[in-house]
Design a protein around this ligand. Structure first.
Ligand code: ATP
Length: 429
């Protein structure tokens, strides 16, 4: 297959020398079993290229298994990749094959490979070198025959320098490196790709804008496109839908680009108020003020949550003696009833009955407190309602297991899902 046929078949538009070079290399190696490392910023086309390589390889009749190594929680990535045996960890009710097993005979695409945890990197190296691996919880050596395509938006060599990526794995992956250049480095590609998206979206939404001014075209080409082709696609879609029958000049186009026009610290602000959107005194307009206000309120609430989390953590981790050694303002926060891990809503009378308010203040051990609370609660003359008892037990269980909901639900003999529902029902955090 030649370059033009490849571009045509996979809809990869572009006329820049940089893209042509990339495609030539891809076509050259696609029909082999060689490992390919795709490198490039987010949205440059790594995913679509990996799929294309598989589609024209001699493995195309078998599976292409796509794994986003950065999206799988660290605790389960090994079993996801290599599978596990029944009973090998809590929750492993059945034996399960992993992605390498599924991809046997086909291709595995390891996206965001730079995010693979260190303990799994060593196992990846082995399977890449010899095709050998073990399921979690098994000592039986298995083999798989996979072609590996990996992708990263990070500089893997830099990760090696920082010792977060194994050097041997780096060299193993670095066999054929395909660097997909960012869109800003191939301005010749912008208009052709944009045209393709506009045609597609116009057909999809039965909508079209009237045309484009020359200045607007220039702006499209000179814009930095931090989100690369994905961002260009989004802009095309928005213009087709939101600017139906309109003529697009730079002002109109700016609306869809301006949030990302500038680079630097202001990129992190929720609002980028353009000078021309401010009033004559240079003050922010109404909408800007609202957005800034909303952002500040959210920030305040986030800080409040963080304070609570920290206070809860300190309360459950530190002894009262240690808490007393903390600065007074932190002690005050920790000793607030809602942060002392005892924010159950059981009414004042019941609180007094079981001595809840003394938890944060008394210099007594946790175990004594729990025992007291239980005996007082259950020997009280007033029979507490089932609801109050339930709340009390949930709170005690959470307290005993330091907020660990899985352990608490196990102790209570209910599912974790039921526990969540009850916490919600009783307004407990
Ligand atoms: N040259 C191109 N011509 C047409 N469409 C393209 C081109 N390059 C990329 N695209 C499209 O841009 C979008 C983003 O591409 P893709 O998902 O492959 O990027 P990526 O590099 O894998 O991004 P990420 O790292 O975020 O996963 C997709 O819709 C893809 O089809």
């Amino acid at each position: 297959m030649d370059r033009e046929a490849f571009q045509e078949r996979f809809g990869l538009i572009g006329e820049s020398a940089a893209l042509k070079q990339v495609i030539d290399k891809v076509v050259q190696v696609a029909d082999t079993d060689i490992t390919v490392l795709l490198q490039g910023e987010s949205g440059v086309g790594k995913d679509v290229t990996a799929k294309a390589i598989h589609e024209i390889s001699n493995r195309k009749h078998n599976d292409l298994v796509i794994v986003n190594c950065g999206a799988i929680p660290e605790g389960i990535i090994e079993s996801e990749l290599f599978g596990h045996e029944k009973g090998s960890f809590t929750g492993a009710h059945e034996a399960r094959e992993g992605y390498f097993e599924k991809a046997n005979g086909g291709t595995i695409f390891l996206d965001e490979i730079g995010d693979t945890p260190a303990n799994v990197q060593v196992k990846l190296l082995r399977v890449l070198e010899s095709g050998e691996y073990f399921r979690v919880g098994s000592s039986k050596l298995r083999t798989t025959d996979v072609r590996v395509i990996a992708a990263t938006n990070k500089d893997l060599w830099q990760l090696v320098q920082e010792e977060s990526f194994r050097e041997d794995l780096f060299y193993r992956l670095d066999t054929v490196k395909v660097k997909l250049p960012p869109l800003r480095d191939r301005p010749d590609d912008v208009i052709p790709i944009f045209r393709k998206f506009v045609t597609e979206f116009s057909a999809k939404y039965d909508s079209v804008f009237k045309g484009f001014s020359d200045e607007a075209k220039e702006l499209l080409v000179s814009y930095r496109w931090p989100g690369n082709v994905r961002e260009l696609r989004n802009v095309a879609e928005q213009l087709v839908v939101l600017e139906k029958s309109q003529f697009i000049d730079t002002d109109k186009l700016q609306k869809y680009l301006k949030g990302r026009q500038h680079s630097g610290a202001t990129d992190n602000l929720p609002v980028l108020a353009d000078q021309n959107e401010r009033n004559k005194n240079g003050a922010f307009g109404n909408d800007d003020q609202k957005l800034i206000y909303r952002a500040l309120v959210e920030l305040q609430s986030d800080i409040g949550d963080l304070k609570k989390m920290l206070a809860n953590f300190l309360y459950s981790t530190f002894s009262q003696k240690n808490i007393k050694a903390l600065p007074q303002n932190i002690q005050d926060e920790v000793n607030k009833p809602e942060n002392s891990g005892m924010d159950i809503d059981i009414g004042n009378a019941a609180e007094e009955d079981i001595g809840v308010e003394s938890y944060a203040e008394a210099d007594i051990s946790e175990e004594e407190t729990e025992d007291d609370a239980f005996s007082e609660f259950f020997t009280s003359d007033d029979i507490p309602s089932i609801e109050k008892t339930e709340q009390f037990l949930i709170e005690q269980a959470l307290r005993k297991y330091e907020g660990n909901r899985r352990k608490a639900s196990e102790a209570l003999g209910i599912s974790e899902r039921t526990l969540y529902r009850k916490l919600d029902q009783y307004g407990l955090q």
